[in-house]
Design a protein around this ligand. Sequence first.
Ligand SMILES: Cc1cc2nc3c(=O)[nH]c(=O)nc-3n(C[C@H](O)[C@H](O)[C@H](O)COP(=O)(O)O)c2cc1C
Length: 649
Amino acid sequence: MKRDYPHLCKPLQVGNLTFRNRMTSAPMGATDIDAQGTPGLRTLGFYEARAKGGAASVTVSELVVHPDTDGSQMLHLSLATPGQLGAFAYVADAIKRHGAVASIELSHSGQYAGTYMVDKKAKGELCQWGPSDGVRPDGMKVRALSAEQIDDIVAAYANAAVLARRAGFQMCMVHAGHGWLINQFLSPYFNKRTDEYGGSLENRMRFARRILTAIREATGPGFPIELRMSGSELFDGGYDIEEGCRIAAGLEDLVDLIHVSAGSYQFGFSITHPSMFRDHGCNVHLAAQIKQHVSVPVIAIGGLSDPAQMEEIIASGQADGIAMARALLADPELPNKVMANRGDEVVKCLRCFVCMAERPVTQTRRCAVNPLIGREFEGLTVPRAARLKNVLVAGGGIAGMKAAHTAALRGHGVILCEASDRLGGILNTEEALPFKRDMYELGRTYEHLCREVGVDVRLNTRVDARLCEELEPDALIVAVGSEPIPLPFPVADNARVLSIDELYLDGAEPGPEVVVIGGGLTGCECALQLARTGHKVHLVEMRAELAPDANIRHRPILLAELEGEDIDVLTGAAAQRIDADGVTVTMADGAERLIPCDSTISAIGQRSRRAVVDELRDGAPFVRIVGDAQRPANITLAIYEAYHAALDV
Ligand SMILES: Cc1cc2nc3c(=O)[nH]c(=O)nc-3n(C[C@H](O)[C@H](O)[C@H](O)COP(=O)(O)O)c2cc1C
């Protein structure tokens, strides 16, 4: 067969192992890990799904090699307790039985141990260990590792690799990037040692070389080592790509694969995990440069999910393979789809950071577009319905499309009605925002998926009680979405007020000076885009803070983007009225201020289309209201509810 992406689908030799294609599953921490660091069933299911989805290798995340000095983050694996090996062996089996290579990441957080623990105090007394004495930005004291401790850690890496191999892992990844311990030794910023481990690059590499040598000696050559490094630390005082190339060249004799990531967790989170404000593949240039200095295969990573782009990276010789984390959270079947020339069915990651935001808060893993995350072990396939039914879905936004697609996969006959002339709903507005392009594309993907599975899509068709009587569906899923909340204060007839839809969908031009009322996610994104397209923007928010509805990972990134623009932010400011010459607000101190503008954008929030919902409550024997129609919330909830409504029919 002729593959659409021949380079991406080609096998890759890594030491004695053959990767079945060029798409690998980057390390991602799981959730049900007990206090001893033993993986549970959810963890097994999580990695198995990525293997079953066709990834060439699946790297199990962060095995803490030296618990004595690594307070760890939370939920990290450990092989330190006798009797744990079986649980690891089951995980390795679960990966291998689907034809993927089972790998495990060996790590030590060094001075950043415990940074992301829910209960930071629990590990606070450990006194974090690093290359040099110091104080962390959060005030935690750091102590320099002694030569004896270093010897001990080196031995611990080798010991962990041996145990991992015994458990059935076929290779390991040594994490030497992202600001963790080995990276701290490599870095001139962290490493101020004056002994044989500090100073010259040769000395700074000594710790890494000793670890890699010890693993190689302990496991033998038949156990490939993947070195994960940051091509450049990308902050002032850290090493740059020129030194990154020398590090890769200086370590390549000890490894079989070099995995080039970027930046550090602490100083460049949105670079290491490229946010929606960065280009897809923004870090690939680092892998490309390193590839010119080494002869072992090189893996590129960072915001990659588009098969065509990944194919081009390999075809053009920038890298030999691609690693993906979030893309495989969103769609574990991505590699299988690529292999089967079904690249247009890939559900792409939105880079919304729901995945990384949930774990510190709820200790669960979520993905906005994948309702099965964290409970893959319950089953991955959408079961065929025992009794096939007629399902009517009202509303062609993402919730409606997800419900229709899932119901059709179950074998039901599905009619999807959309009142407007196109599917996509609120996602269509995102087309106007370059940084929300992935969200817009999600609408297009689901439109394609719905048509593929034979959903009867009826545009310009509003579902009402009469239509329900006519069609007599067995089940009705109401996904009619939400509408803007009207402004709760006086607006003069001659004032120019635009809705988000008018701005984004109708292309209304707001004039040079604009007030955006509402500093939630929608308002912040709108202000950002208006500022970037040359408008003078005033952003008015009643609450004390902007974007409280954004998740804890995305919010600081969004706020930094806003700070980068010349936006007049007024928090604690309540709009009182809008007249032709501007918006009058009451400031936090009670003072009134007139903000002159050419137009005002209303972004104060959405409310469910309650009247439509109420009309449809008796539309079928089974009725389920999902997404914004139930309560305006977020895309994650909309997709989860829609998926389960279709399963529950
Ligand atoms: C949910 C999640 C968990 C992660 N956990 C780890 C980890 O345990 N170890 C690690 O080295 N990197 C971890 N990462 C970083 C990824 O391996 C990867 O470097 C990063 O997400 C950029 O790749 P991407 O753009 O394909 O997501 C994690 C990323 C995500 C999204």
